[in-house]
Design a protein around this ligand. Structure first.
Ligand code: BGC
Length: 730
């Protein structure tokens, strides 16, 4: 049974069952189809009861520092949803009991929370997950998150964030899967399926929420909450695809975005929320506004007052108001004056009830109050978190094979990140605690025969260089230095924009000082965005990007540094040379002039580390790329193949990235577009064949500014690494 009721409630339920279906109201009859139950319940509701369903309350601020809500002292029991922040299910069950027993119709409350990359077992941030190129493993982590959330009484997570983002100054790049629409679509869909399972009413499954709909990642100059300039063409080709994929994967809900989309804020946007989402894609779940997004329509200069903001939002298709507490006071009079129709209210209520029914909340409104040791930080959950972390690390540089560390080497572990626990959690770390995190120092100490010699050297920022001497001394007494630099957990995430993506000067200076000790230096980077490594990379012998790896960061680092695990992560965001190159991403369109023209005169125009880049401790030889046919019709399938040999002496996982290039099209297309990828373990000395089954309409077509797919006859290139092969559509 999904949510275990107290003994008396179980008995009450049994009684209904024994009494037979005829004795219970149709909406309470689980044997009836959901739609029938929705309609029955809706027909019994007063306007006030309907409006109550359209509100999400929070008990004051949630645990997002940017969200300080008005303290709701008395929570009306008829509400649609509650943003729930607690460490156990007790208060949830008490609140739910009021909804079930003290209201006329007994409609359960939907409890929502930001379980973004784990509830208590915090695993790598989404940006890191993308770099694993292993959506199934990321899905396993989402299953852990769902189970821990479910067991604490959360029915609904505000995840995954599928905002394509190409400006690393924007702090929220940490929360998405990177710069590519296809990769984001694959990871987003995997997360949705993992959270929701096949049947949301099954134990351990929770509803997903695709956010932020849409275009939030296009924030101007990386500032948060601001205007975004998005043409219809870019909307369709860059920002909408991951949402469409998430909707196809069955996402129960979406969250409207804060950003003003070329003049119409996401939370008042009829085109995106109603015409595209509900009419074109047929989504039958609901849209929740982002925190105070309705009120912000006033701040954004659209609605002159709160009532008009409500009118704009609901009429555009925003079904549930997150914590503004504006739908409740304004909707009834807006209906009375004809500014909002009852039909629109009914539609929104229907959508919310549908999800509550699909979650099985009417049958199982309560959650078993389990002890902590049965629901959080379970050994198998920690194992998933560690395995995922290991696969997210990207080896950016490895001169003279300084990595993996050699047995018996004396290691100096230096830098502000070396012993940090909280920073490895990253932003949006749910109920994750710093004390749960195994630091890099502790992780390495576990596996090295001699614990590393440690010196912090300096803090993350500031001018205090008094620790440099000790750091240099520690370095000079070791065989190899592992220098742990990076960003604090709060430097990325919401409201965490930065004007430069370089690390603070003091960290770069620490590297210079330590390097002068003459020992090989491995720079370990933990951060929530792409960084400017122009002054770091040349000084380092090796660079390992570990992102914000979560609570098992330390053991994962130890495993990769010592070569127990071969690094297999690849970048899903371009690392520019400097902040001035932003926006820089791999799938740009062709410029009008080739060659040196139009390039920066003072810096390179190419990135430092490109999308898809990442080294390994072994080497992979790619065989010749072949295709099953040179020409094809729209109804054919063409198979492209490439054999990859692990030519080194260490087993490794390789990801083959398949790109498509359409050299000439009536709507210009990017120089290349990722269309498929696959990651496989290739034992040392062995070969594996990778395939890409090309479905012309799915993989070669393009979308126009109205959302129509276009497939033009002519040549297409299939690209793998440095090989490309031409196929022709007749
Ligand atoms: C964020 C959302 C989040 C919501 C609830 C907002 O400020 O933009 O991503 O889900 O708060 O915490």
């Amino acid at each position: 049974m999904k949510k275990i009721l107290s003994v008396s409630l179980i008995l009450a339920c049994c009684f209904s069952a024994v009494a037979g279906n005829k004795n219970i109201l149709p909406y309470k009859d689980a044997s009836l189809p959901v739609e029938e139950r929705v309609e029955d319940l809706l027909s019994r509701m007063t306007l006030d009861e309907k409006i109550a369903q359209l509100n999400q309350y929070s008990l004051g601020s949630n645990d997002n520092v940017n969200n300080n809500g008005e303290m709701v002292k008395v929570l009306p029991p008829e509400i649609g949803s509650l943003l729930y922040t607690a460490d156990d299910a007790v208060s949830r069950n008490a609140m739910q009991k009021r909804a079930m027993e003290e209201t006329r119709l007994g409609i359960p409350i939907l409890f929502g929370y930001d379980t973004v990359h784990g509830y208590r077992t915090i695993y790598p941030i989404p940006l890191a997950q993308g770099a694993s190129w292993n959506p199934d493993l990321a899905g396993e982590a989402c299953r852990v998150a769902a189970q821990e959330s479910y067991d604490v009484g959360i029915d609904w997570t505000f995840s995954p964030m599928v905002d394509v983002a190409r400006d690393p100054r924007w702090g929220r790049v940490a929360e998405g899967y990177g710069e590519d629409p296809y990769l984001t679509s694959v990871f987003g869909a995997s997360a949705v399926k993992a959270y929701q399972g096949d049947d949301m009413s099954e134990p351990g499954n929770i509803a997903a929420c695709l956010k932020h709909y849409v275009g939030y990642g296009a924030s101007e100059a990386g500032r948060d909450y601001v205007y975004t300039e998005i043409s219809r063409q870019s909307l369709w080709s860059t920002y909408l695809p991951p949402f469409e994929a998430g909707v196809k994967a069955g996402a129960a809900t979406l969250m409207s975005s804060f950003n003003d989309i070329s003049g119409t804020p996401g939370s008042a946007n009829h085109y995106t929320m109603t015409e595209i989402l509900k009419e074109m894609w047929g989504h039958d779940g609901f849209v929740v506004g982002d925190w105070h997004a309705v009120k912000q329509l006033v701040t954004q200069g659209m609605a002159p007052d709160d009532a008009t903001a409500v009118e704009y939002a609901i009429n555009a298709g925003l079904d549930m108001d997150m914590t503004d507490n504006l739908y409740m006071p304004h909707l009834a009079s807006l209906v009375e004056s004809g500014r909002v129709s009852v039909d629109r209210i009914d539609d929104a209520v229907r959508r919310i009830l549908r999800i509550k029914f699909r979650l099985g909340l009417f049958e199982h409104p309560y959650v078993e109050e389990k002890p902590e040791n049965e629901r959080i930080l379970l050994p198998e959950s920690l194992d998933v978190a560690r395995r995922l972390a290991e696969e997210t690390f990207v080896l950016l540089k490895n001169e003279e094979d300084v990595l993996p560390l050699k047995p018996g080497q004396k290691v100096a572990l230096i830098g502000p990140m070396a012993k940090s626990q909280k920073d490895l959690l990253g932003s949006w770390h749910g109920r994750g605690l710093a004390e749960d995190v195994v630091s890099i120092f502790d992780g390495l100490s576990e596996v090295l025969t001699e614990a590393p010699a440690y010196a912090a050297g300096c803090g993350f920022e500031g001018d205090d260089r008094s620790g440099f001497d000790e750091a240099v001394k520690t370095a000079s007494e070791a065989d190899v230095v592992v220098l742990c630099l990076g960003e604090r957990y709060s430097w990325s995430g919401e409201n965490a924009s930065r004007s430069t993506i370089a690390l603070p000067e003091i960290q770069e200076d620490l590297l210079k000082a330590v390097k002068a000790a003459g020992k090989p230096v491995v720079v370990l980077l933990s951060n929530g965005r792409a960084l400017d490594l122009t002054r770091i990379s040349p000084l380092a012998d090796a660079v390992l990007e570990i992102w914000q790896p979560g609570i098992m960061g330390g053991p994962a680092v130890a495993s990769v540094l010592t070569g127990k695990t071969n690094p297999s992560g690849r970048l899903t965001v371009t690392f520019p040379y400097t902040t001035g190159q932003i926006p820089i991403y791999y799938c740009q369109r062709h410029p009008a002039r080739d060659g040196s023209q139009g390039r920066y005169q003072d810096i390179p125009s190419t990135p430092m580390y490109e999308f898809g880049y990442g080294l390994s401790y072994t080497s992979y030889d790619y065989g010749t790329l072949t295709v099953s046919a040179d020409s094809f019709t729209v109804n054919d399938t063409v198979t492209a193949r490439v054999a990859v040999t692990n030519a080194g002496d260490m087993d490794g996982k390789e990801t083959v990235q398949w790109y498509v290039c359409d050299p000439y099209s009536t709507i210009t297309r990017p120089v290349k577009e990722l269309k498929h990828f696959e990651k496989k373990l290739i034992p040392a000395g062995e070969s594996c064949t990778f395939e890409f089954e090309i479905d012309p309409m799915r993989d070669l077509s393009y979308v126009n500014w109205k959302g129509e797919r276009i497939l033009e006859p002519g040549d297409y290139y299939i690209i793998v690494k440095d090989q490309k092969v031409c196929i022709t559509l007749e």
